[in-house]
Ligand binder design. Structure first.
Ligand code: 4AD
Ligand code: MG
Length: 496
């Protein structure tokens, strides 16, 4: 069996391809089949001169599974640069009427049919990028002497905060799904020095946003004898390496997704570093308010432009000839409808977001809309450091220079994508940790083992967590995090 990816090197040879029927066109004495095998698409030409294959081809339905035998012909106009002149055709199964047709479906329908939707061009492109991202992450840490150490998923207590824990019945005892591998990873760090864990994590977030999943994959490095600045350098290098790998290996996928690679080529270090306090001043500043006002006016003009194009499109459709002309107009109409809806929605929340930014009070964590505003001002990721202690998790190191702050950072992806990494140096003083646990209403007895790490050879150390799906949403330029994982779990969706 040959895969479609290899065809270009096999001109003139006879091959056998196995796959699924993505599309079909017939014109008199010839049928064109578009076969998909997971490595690419290939046009297979079946001529009436081969009657058995020809009649089988005519009766094939979308997504039927089949094998074709034939000769490879180089053909510049064919997708992938080669096509097959078919001599034999066998079907594994003739598919029933496929629910996902060429016309655009709503997102709810597609998500309910995610098990089938995965076969379409966009999802497969995203899955290929996901593969690259995960491999690049592992190559990065493996190449720098980190040891991969897996951490438990069933845990007795909170790793971040109490609010977003998923309870699980553990033989009559209430335990939880892990929110982070970090606390356990710190023990491995004291054993091996430089470690990382990479696994699924869970947050019972009751927020229905474009950024939240309840189950997502996080990679977390932890390094001994390191201060927060060194941890930030590591995060910067990781992001640059991951983006470079995607640019190298998935340029075609990015283009298929409508993502301009130029936005990623810009991702070079150093990334800007701002303190939380500087960000608060920026959010409340008059120049920013004015800039946001101008941005909103520009978007309102863009919206009128889209609406005008929509009208033109609708008028043209009334007189369009059935066939490709009509199809093309309808496709554009659907695109426009979606763009208009998104932009209307975006513009409608903008005044409230500007109001929230202008009235931001020092001491709170940055909200999603604040992150959007800040990260829209930059063309590369931006570090925000030194958050107020009460806004962040109990384990972060209190800043000796200003005890109101912690030695932490968030990395915000540009273009409004917001937080993709959260990290910090870890508190070493068991007394300070005990105090923070109390303030966050966490039970000290659940963390006795964690405090042990501070009693037996404690060292300055730190690390971070990168959410794979958040990073991918930005890299692929998607509107919603749910497309980045094969089977997204969100508030209100657990099927299929
Ligand atoms: O900022 P977070 O909560 O940090 C931690 O869990 C630390 N223990 C990590 C560490 O220092 N080892 O989460 C880290 C990242 C976020 O920046 C985001 O990318 C992702 O995890 N994340 C989510 N992704 C999708 N859906 C959610 N609900 C997410 N919550 C966090
Ligand atoms: Mg965070």
């Amino acid at each position: 069996m040959t895969s479609i990816r290899e065809l270009k090197e096999k001109a003139g040879q006879t091959v056998r391809l196995c796959g699924w029927l993505q599309g079909k066109r017939s014109g008199g004495k010839v049928v064109f089949l578009v076969l998909r095998d997971g490595t690419g698409l290939c046009q297979c030409v079946v001529e009436a001169a081969i009657p058995e294959a020809f009649s089988r081809a005519l009766s094939l339905t979308q997504e039927s599974s089949l094998a074709v035998t034939g000769t490879v012909r180089l053909e510049a106009r064919a997708p992938g640069g080669a096509e097959i002149a078919v001599t034999g055709l066998e079907t594994f199964q003739t598919a029933e009427e496929y629910p996902i047709s060429r016309k655009t479906h709503g997102i709810d329908f597609l998500m309910s049919n995610r098990h089938l939707w995965l076969r379409s061009n966009r999802p497969t492109a995203i899955l290929r990028v996901r593969h690259t991202v995960i491999r690049a992450i592992r190559d990065f840490f493996d190449g720098q002497g980190f040891t991969l150490t897996d951490m438990p998923i069933l845990v007795p207590g909170a790793g971040e905060d109490k609010q977003s824990l998923f309870p699980v019945d553990y033989f009559g005892e209430k335990v939880f799904l892990s929110q982070t591998g970090q606390l356990y990873l710190e023990s491995a760090c004291m054993a091996l020095g430089k470690v990382y864990c990479f696994g699924p994590t869970f947050r019972a977030e009751k927020s229905k946003t474009r950024r939240h999943l309840t189950e997502f994959w996080m990679v977390e490095p932890e390094i001994a004898f390191a201060e927060v600045e060194e941890v930030m350098d590591l995060a910067e290098d990781l992001i640059c390496q991951v983006v470079a790998a995607v640019l190298r290996q998935n340029r075609d996928d990015l283009i298929l997704l409508g993502r301009d690679p130029a936005a990623l080529v810009r991702i070079q270090k150093p990334f800007p570093r701002l303190t939380y306090t500087e960000v608060v001043d920026l959010l409340r500043s008059e120049p920013l308010r004015q800039r946001l006002g101008v941005e909103m006016e520009q978007d309102t003009v863009r919206l009128s432009g889209l609406r005008a194009e929509m009208e033109t499109c609708e008028t043209a459709l009334k007189t369009a000839r059935p066939g490709w002309q009509e199809e093309k107009l309808e496709a554009r109409q659907r695109e426009l409808r979606e763009e208009i809806q998104d932009l209307e929605q975006d513009i409608s929340v903008r005044p409230e977001h500007i109001r929230l930014a202008q009235s931001f009070v020092w001491g709170k964590d940055l909200g999603g809309s604040d992150e959007t505003i800040i990260s829209r001002q930059f063309d590369r990721p931006v570090f925000v450091t030194g958050y107020p202690r009460e806004a962040k998790a109990f384990y972060m190191k209190v800043d000796p220079a200003d005890p109101r702050l912690v030695r932490n950072f968030d990395l915000l992806a540009p273009e409004g994508y917001g937080e993709i990494i959260g990290g910090s140096q870890r508190e070493e003083d068991p007394g300070v940790i005990a105090e923070s646990l109390k303030a966050k209403e966490l039970r000290p007895e659940d963390y006795a083992w964690y405090l042990d790490l501070r009693r037996y050879g404690s060292v300055p150390h730190g690390g971070f967590g990168l959410g794979v799906e958040r990073a991918m949403t930005w890299i692929c330029g998607l509107k919603h995090v749910r497309e980045t994982i094969p089977f997204p779990r969100t508030l209100g969706r657990i099927y299929p």
